[in-house]
Design a protein around this ligand. Structure first.
Ligand code: ATP
Ligand code: MG
Length: 410
């Protein structure tokens, strides 16, 4: 016999009470007959009810069962003869929890009603859970002469509860497993995130260092060029040939332009010092050509117009040098006397190519006049470095263009 919930069922054979004697057994059968005879209509009513009922006789040794109704027989599968005269605990089967038995015996002894949910055994060993009510029946002198026990079959409910409990346990263990899996995944991701954050930090640090170094290189290049310019100026001051002076002055101007190109590079805001935003770069470069004109000279308007193009430093320097030579030529040769005009530097994406153009509306550049000194040759050389094609159009106005692939050949 067991109680809900769980209990601690302990196997125990229900031995016949050694105190019980044959004389007792005989008396029990006699009492049963008497009970059925005396009970009359009451017994008929109890027989008809669907609630299994049992009456025991505590005045006899070991409180034997003296009456069971038909519902009881239907539920437990015993025939009447097998049950009558048996001790009450006979129903509990082999695995009665001694604690439960003790509890029931104590209640009976104490003349108290009992209300318990217990596990009983049918004849075929089937488990029957029952809500069990036991009430003492007193005689006129107040002595307990019978125990009246009724059972309510709650097996289905208990089994459903067990199923639900088992289901809950399975669910709980699955939830636990899944939670652990998720926790493991979370830990793994956190660790990975940590590694990634560290490597991103490391990369940023290295980029920062490289950026500082490249700025430094550009800065030093600019300073070295400035030193070369000073030396050439000294050289110029020490000789009197006007032709040599002019050549030296041209060289100084080219170096000056180169120094400005490097200065703009190391003043770039971007962290990526290897690539140059050409639109901003050309705008700055054009502002720098102002030094070729006197401040009050507004005859020649110089503008730049560039698409959103990024080039690596080497190619950006080539573009700046070509633009420098061509703009210098336009300012120097295209607008003689007081002639007014404009010079426009353009850099545009055309398919896979980039086209650099320097255009002016000056006197034009007929083929006969193109063979000059270094300027045009430098432009040709720089165009080759860009793997580009140079075209010079100078019939009415001058347009120098270099078309080169936007990605350098690997
Ligand atoms: N935009 C231009 N408009 C008119 N003539 C030009 C233009 N560009 C160049 N020229 C002519 O082409 C010639 C060749 O130019 P190039 O740059 O090779 O020589 P330079 O400017 O005379 O000398 P350097 O460039 O060596 O100082 C120039 O002397 C000039 O007559
Ligand atoms: Mg020139």
């Amino acid at each position: 016999m067991d109680v809900i919930p769980g209990g601690n069922p302990e196997s125990k054979e229900l031995e016949p009470d050694p105190k019980s004697t044959d004389a007792d057994q005989g008396r029990a059968e006699e009492r049963v007959q008497t009970f059925q005879r005396i009970g009359g209509p009451f017994v008929a009513a109890v027989e008809a009810t669907r609630m299994p009922m049992v009456v025991t006789d505590p005045t006899m040794s070991d409180n034997p069962i003296v009456y069971v109704n038909q519902s009881f027989i239907d539920l437990f599968g015993y025939c009447r003869e097998e049950v009558l005269g048996q001790n009450y605990f006979f129903l509990a089967g082999h695995d009665t929890d001694p604690e439960v038995e003790r509890h029931i015996r104590a209640a009976m002894m104490a003349d108290e009603p009992l209300d318990l949910e217990v596990r009983l055994r049918a004849k075929d060993g089937r488990e029957v859970w029952a809500a069990q009510f036991v009430s003492p029946v007193h005689n006129d002198q107040g002595r307990v002469i019978q125990h009246f026990a009724s059972f309510w079959d709650i097996t289905r409910r208990v089994k459903a509860e067990r199923r639900t409990r088992r289901l809950n346990e399975v669910l709980e263990s699955r939830v636990k497993e899944r939670t652990q899996e998720l926790q493991n995944e979370l830990d793994r991701r956190r660790a990975l995130e940590g590694v990634l954050t560290d490597s991103v930090r490391e990369k940023d640090k290295l980029l920062g260092q490289r950026s500082v170094l490249l700025h430094e290189v550009n800065h030093r290049a600019k300073n070295s060029i400035a030193m070369a310019i000073s030396m050439l100026r000294l050289q110029m001051a020490r000789q009197g040939d006007p032709g040599v002076s002019e050549a030296l002055e041209n060289a100084i101007q080219r170096l000056d332009h180169l120094a400005r190109i490097h200065e703009l590079l190391y003043r770039q805001d971007s962290n990526d010092v290897q690539s140059v935003d050409m639109a901003a770069y050309l705008t700055e470069l054009c502002l720098n050509f102002a030094h070729l004109r006197s401040p009050e000279d507004h005859r020649i308007e110089l503008t730049s117009d560039a698409d959103d193009i990024t080039l690596n430093v080497d190619r950006a320097i080539n573009v700046a040098l070509i633009a420098g030579e061509a703009v210098t030529n336009a300012l120097k040769h295209a607008f003689p006397g007081k002639r007014r005009g404009m010079v426009r530097v353009g850099l545009h994406q055309e398919g896979d190519d980039v086209v650099l153009s320097i255009e002016d509306n000056g006197v034009g550049l007929p083929a006969t006049r193109r063979a000059g000194s270094m300027g045009m040759r430098l432009i040709e050389g720089m165009a080759r470095s860009l793997n580009g094609t140079l075209t010079v159009d100078g019939d009415r106005r001058t347009r120098i263009a270099v078309r080169f692939p936007s990605k350098p050949r690997s």
